[in-house]
Ligand binder design. Structure first.
Ligand code: IFM
Length: 430
């Protein structure tokens, strides 16, 4: 089986063209236009203008020797208000992109939801409203009907944990709600949406169906009972809350948080735990935690990780964390864990001559090889990201691309890491 080597992107982060061809507004349009929400007031209005420049971007992928591409579909392009008939021009865009990828021998991997909820659905409560789960499945059905004959992998959700925590619990991302633990239904409704979308995708003849979860190895700051309990609580919130229902059909024990998942209905977990063809894993860095202090609102506090290089975002570079995570997933879920695809990994580093990124990627590739030798079935690796792009609340200040983008001229300049990757993928220059 061919290992998938790709890059990953997301619609709002690269497409621009936010008012073109009938696209409706998303929560990120609203949020980024609100003063003070993103660094320097940056928005995704133009981003990388990928909506118009996608042929050049596909050429760049092909020239690097990549055989897969993970992109996301903007729900508000397909259903401008989140429900109702398909906007044909929106579907046409992805149809052109998918055809362009296939023509170059690049397998399309489409994510259905990478955080750009149609604003009209947020106005009805967003993912706090259970109805959105069913509306998400309707949207999935529309898209698979049009693209299902060519898309090799369907990824229902991207990082539901980050969307819940940053978007609904802390308010640092769209839709900007700060509900803290009251945001918990957002986890369940996204997961239910995943489960219902799996049904719709299967009914539509989808080739492979996955979910992408962001996971982190959790390190207690010491072996004290307090720090161990805090690590357990954080692991529950960040990892198990989103992995257990999908892979085991159960929710983890949430008593450390003093909450009851009262919003679960009969049959939900059966839908959520429908078998998958792969598990998408996004890994960036471990998380170190200590026990709570007198002011803590959660049963843990986050602590610094020292002794490692840091990306320009300040994230510690710990390649072995990826091996640790893969092995721990295998040990917790055993045969319930389908083949794993690293659906995102990469670093923020701006220089064109980016030896830092080369070292970063090389070390993470080796960590995957080690995990494979320890028995984990990893079948693909998607680097975040193809291009510098709109990094959410950070605007254009964090640059994750193998390819530098000049946002004034839209000129693409491949970084040293891009050239290194090409050699890595085709050592003979073929
Ligand atoms: O840019 C994001 C992406 O949208 C989701 N995963 C993490 C990336 C880097 O922060």
């Amino acid at each position: 089986m061919t290992f998938l080597w790709g890059t990953a992107t997301a619609a709002y982060q690269i497409e621009g063209a936010v008012a073109e061809d009938g696209r409706g507004p998303s929560i990120w349009d609203t949020f980024s236009h609100e003063p003070g929400k993103t660094r320097d007031g940056h928005t995704g209005d133009i981003a990388c203008d990928h909506y118009h420049r996608w042929p050049e971007d596909v050429e760049l992928m092909a020239a690097a020797g990549l055989n897969a591409y993970r992109f996301s579909i903007a729900w508000p392009r397909i259903q401008p208000t989140g429900t109702g008939p398909a906007n044909v021009k929106g579907l046409d865009f992805y149809d052109r992109l998918v055809d362009g990828l296939c023509a170059k021998g690049i397998a399309p991997a489409a994510t259905l939801f990478h955080w750009d909820l149609p604003q009209a659905l947020e106005d009805g409560g967003g993912w706090m409203n259970r109805d959105v789960s069913e509306q998400f499945a309707d949207y999935a059905a529309i898209v698979v009907e049009r693209l299902g004959d060519r898309v090799q992998q369907w990824i229902t959700l991207n990082e539901p944990v980050i969307h819940m925590i940053f978007g609904y619990a802390l308010g640092m991302h769209a839709p900007g709600r700060a509900l803290m633990l009251d945001a918990l239904p957002v986890a369940h409704h996204q997961l239910l949406g995943h489960g219902l979308a799996v049904q719709a995708l299967r009914a539509g003849g989808a080739a492979q169906v996955l979910i992408t979860n962001n996971c982190t190895p959790v390190w207690p700051a010491s072996d004290s009972a307090e720090d161990q309990a805090a690590a357990d609580a954080y692991d529950t919130l960040h990892n198990r809350l989103f992995n257990d229902p999908v892979l085991l059909g159960t929710y983890p024990d949430l008593t450390a948080f003093g909450v009851e998942p009262h919003f679960i209905r009969d049959g939900d977990l059966k839908a959520i735990s429908a078998p998958l063809d792969g598990f998408g894993l996004n890994y960036y860095t471990p998380t170190r935690v200590t026990g709570p202090n007198a002011d803590s609102v959660m049963p843990f506090e986050l602590a610094d990780i020292t002794g490692y290089p840091k990306t320009e975002f300040g994230w510690p570079v710990v390649p072995d964390g990826l091996r640790e995570l893969l092995v721990s997933l295998k040990s917790r879920y055993g045969t319930a864990l389908p083949p794993v695809y690293i659906t995102e990994n990469g670093c923020s580093y701006a220089a064109i001559d980016d030896q830092f990124r080369i070292d970063y990627l090389d070390a993470h590739f080796k960590a995957v090889e080690t995990a494979q030798s320890e028995g984990v079935d990893v079948r693909g690796y998607f680097i975040w990201s193809l291009l510098d792009n709109f990094e959410w609340a950070e605007g254009y200040h964090q640059r994750f691309g193998l390819i530098h983008v000049d946002f004034d001229t839209q000129t693409r300049t491949p970084r040293s890491s891009y050239h290194w990757l090409r050699t890595h993928l085709s050592p003979a220059g073929g």
